[in-house]
Design a protein around this ligand. Structure first.
Ligand SMILES: [Zn+2]
Length: 298
């Protein structure tokens, strides 16, 4: 187990997109107007980075190619400060809405733009709204062919718990093009279901004490936590978008509490970027790893 001052190190990640790009508010008409909305992503990400700096923490930033083209200095500065720059694809279209060829162009474009800016290889990918599912499993082969090492897009929230427990911190998936590491956001097995406890709306929904106790339980089970949030979740002043009641509830719930909650989380748990935390485990690949997944306990 990776240790720092005796504490296990977990994975902290952010999906870098504008508040008007989220899938819940997606429409083709709105997509056409993206360039007309007020941009808030750079300011929000910078505030977030200042918070991470106060705790001395590096994280993974899954950045849209569309954002990187418009905010190149933001990408360069994240990389220069030691954060991991990873890919959130180019245009934030759900994988389930894309053809394989369109998906390939999307993940290729994002990787090229980010690598040109940082001068470093981009090895990680996360799909918009975790939209790699059993129906879009072909996407994993394409990620391998396009040079990605890991994916963080498969989120089995509210699925029934398998009798065979899933590996707690990541596993390898074989595809026709080769193998890829899957690093899913953490879920807690409770009441026969996999309960999402590791980020986004769920982190804003549960009182912090509840989140903390869920995460401690996962930690005791030997899991690497994989947490995710978005820069817009730290921006209670963002302009309101029209959408369904449920979308609005989920998007705007407790935005004013996210910053304090993350700050508490960073005091209670120790975090790093996905590459920083997982690379030592990837390097062990064929030595000590069980075939069904990574063994997280030391
Ligand atoms: Zn996203």
């Amino acid at each position: 187990m990776s240790m720092s001052e005796g504490k296990p190190i977990h994975c902290l990640s952010f999906d870098v997109e504008e508040h008007f790009q989220v899938s819940a508010f997606w429409s083709e008409a709105r997509r056409q107007r993206w360039d007309q909305y007020e941009s808030r992503v750079e300011r929000n990400t910078q505030l977030l980075v200042e918070l991470l700096d106060r705790h001395g923490i590096k994280a993974t930033f899954f950045i849209l190619g569309w954002i990187a083209e418009r905010h190149p200095e933001l990408v360069k500065s994240l990389s220069a400060q030691g954060h991991e720059v990873a890919s959130h694809g180019y245009g934030h279209e759900l994988v389930t809405a894309q053809s394989p060829e369109r998906f390939r162009q999307d993940v290729r474009a994002a990787k090229r733009i980010l690598e040109d800016l940082t001068g470093s290889p981009v090895v990680g990918y996360r799909a918009p709204s975790f939209s790699i599912t059993s129906k879009t499993a072909w996407a994993l082969s394409i990620l391998v062919e396009e040079g990605y090492t890991y994916d963080s897009s498969i989120y089995d929230r509210f699925r029934r718990t398998d009798t065979e427990r899933r590996p707690a911190c990541g596993f390898e998936i074989g595809t026709p093009a080769g193998r890829i590491w899957e690093v899913p956001p953490s879920t807690l097995q409770m009441l026969g279901l996999q309960i999402p406890v590791a980020g986004g709306g769920y982190f804003r929904l549960f009182p912090y004490a509840a989140s903390k106790s869920f995460l401690r339980r996962l930690e005791r089970e030997g899991a690497k936590l994989v947490m995710y949030l978005h820069p817009w979740e730290f921006d209670p002043q963002q302009p309101r978008m029209n959408g369904s009641w449920l979308s609005q509830f989920r998007h705007y719930l407790n935005l004013h509490k996210t910053e304090d909650r993350l700050s508490q989380l960073l005091q209670d748990f120790h975090f790093g970027s996905i590459a920083q935390v997982m690379r030592p485990l990837w390097l062990l690949e064929h030595k000590t790893m069980a075939s069904e997944g990574l063994e997280c306990r030391s």
